[in-house]
Design a binder for this molecule. Sequence first.
Ligand SMILES: [Zn+2]
Length: 242
Amino acid sequence: MCDLHEDGHPETGMSRRSLLMASALAAFTPWVAGFAVAGETSGPQNAVTPEAALARLMEGNSRYVANTPNQRDFSAGRAARAKSQHPIAAILSCADSRVAPELAFDQDPGDLFVMRVAGNVMSENLLASLEYGIKFLGTPLVMVLGHTNCGAVSAAIKVMEDDASLPGHLPALISLIKPAVTLAKKSGTDDLLSSSVIENVRLQVAKLKQSPPIVDKFYADKKIDIVGAVYDLRTGKIALTT
Ligand SMILES: [Zn+2]
């Protein structure tokens, strides 16, 4: 460490940079440590296979569709949840108010690590959130959840078909959905909105599977699975995309 204070030494410049880096890391450490603690406490609750996690979600959706959800005591387990979380699935959902993942999958608080954005499109911050869920919380399943009659996808179609213009930051968001609309149009579909919703889910799933440095590796190592699904607003039923 004395080297750091030896002005005029050939290595002084690098040493100062090292010192700054060390300070930055020291400030960062409590945050990282907090994540690590959360990871270390991943217990048997979410230590299940991706297949088992998916089955649990789809069984929950069947209960939701049948309007026979599990009875819940929301205060039960609250003390344990205050200490750690063990979500069985990370869900990238549209922000649409009619799509409520915990309800639609009939899961408890702490079961789902939910990221929401209009059009359920991946972005850097959402990817970072997902990396946290996978690496530090031990979440075994990732699902991209689109839905029927999605306004964000519909907006992308209007922009492309009718040359509509959108205000504020919407153009940047919608631009992420346009490739899905292009794919849907190429398929010759007679229901462009429905097909675009499905293509958008597929595209986000494909992107995630190839997103370095964490998600792609966990997927390649079969530590996680990444699936797509579409929520039907009329029935509440969630269908997996292929
Ligand atoms: Zn939507």
